[in-house]
Design a protein around this ligand. Structure first.
Ligand code: C2E
Ligand code: MG
Ligand code: MG
Ligand code: MG
Length: 281
């Protein structure tokens, strides 16, 4: 009987694996057409200055509405886009679209003159010509380097630290802000960290959403203090409760984002934050 059950499990497991593999293959195929079919859209999550509760900027987050499968999470399709190399073209579209939107909002809401736009970057976009490509986009969209933040992971930097340092220095010359995303979850030697022209550490939400526990709170405190001593700012991601917000403000963490303030929003909804009808709390 045990044997029979075991075999049954094996069959089920096989079937599940096949379904996964098929879905992945489908995504891989459909990704090739998705850009020209205009199935991508950027959503924007507000980033809040914790001491004032005011909006400081947005993080652009990619959304894909598949014609049959509906919305597919970037956590699922970004890795596939990275494998196939499509991420380079897609990432460039994201940058251009996010900058275009930032410029539109700055023209429309002149009181938000210091609004920033954060854009996620894949390691594969980290090529020698990245800064020239960005120059082109900034020129086209009338956005200044200092209005842009690029989010990269520790893993992406550590894949080729020398290339990373050279590229990041190029970006810094344009006053573009560099942010290490999901900080604390990857591998980044502290020896390297101070060599990188990084401006912001973004504390991973796995630490933030367990801040009620004192050991996790200590990790957050240490990252905020590390940022401070390296003359960097800290952003906390994944703030879901008022308690987390207050604890982070107490620790002098400069910025935060998370469902407590707002989920990522369609551009029309995001505008409500700029009009001023949306407030923290
Ligand atoms: P990320 O850059 O760390 O983005 C934060 C993710 O956390 C987003 O998921 C966001 O919706 C989610 N989030 C924000 N606040 C909360 C919260 O309070 N609670 C919880 N549970 N989640 C929260 P999303 O949009 O699904 O994106 C997932 C990941 O996909 C991103 O993680 C990023 O690594 C990647 N990604 C998204 N857009 C792009 C893009 O344009 N280019 C690249 N290369 N990667 C992207
Ligand atoms: Mg990010
Ligand atoms: Mg993150
Ligand atoms: Mg994350």
């Amino acid at each position: 009987r045990a044997k029979k059950q075991g075999k049954g499990c094996a069959v089920l497991f096989d079937a599940a694996m096949r379904t996964d593999a098929l879905r992945r293959l489908q995504i891989q195929t459909d990704l090739r057409w998705a850009m020209e079919r205009e199935e991508f859209q950027l959503y924007y999550q507000p980033i809040i200055e914790l001491s004032t509760g005011k909006i400081a900027g947005f993080e652009a987050l990619l959304r894909w509405e598949h014609p049959q499968k509906g919305f597919i999470s970037p956590a699922e399709f970004i890795p596939v886009a990275e494998e196939t190399g499509i991420i380079v073209a897609l990432g460039e579209w994201v940058l251009r679209e996010a900058c275009r939107q930032l410029h539109v909002w700055k023209e429309k809401f002149i009181s938000h003159s210091s609004l920033m736009m954060s854009v996620n970057l894949s390691s594969q976009q980290f090529t020698a010509d990245l800064s020239q490509r960005i120059d082109q986009i900034l020129r086209e969209t009338h956005v200044l380097g200092r209005e842009l933040k690029l989010e990269i992971t520790e893993t992406a930097i550590m894949a080729d630290p020398q290339l990373a340092i050279a590229t990041l220095n190029e970006l810094k010359r344009r006053e573009i802000k560099i942010c290490i995303d999901d900080f604390g979850t990857g591998y980044c030697s502290l020896g390297y960290l101070h060599q990188f022209p990084v401006d912001i550490l973004k504390i991973d939400r796995s630490f933030v959403n367990q801040m009620q526990a004192s050991d996790k709170r200590e990790i957050v405190r240490v990252i905020v203090e590390l940022a401070e001593s390296l003359r960097m700012d800290a952003i906390a991601e994944g703030i879901e409760t008022k308690e987390q917000y207050f604890l982070l403000a107490q620790l002098n963490c400069k910025y935060g984002q998370g469902y407590f303030f707002s989920k990522p929003l369609h551009p029309n909804e995001a505008e409500q934050w700029l009009i001023g009808t949306r407030k923290v709390g």
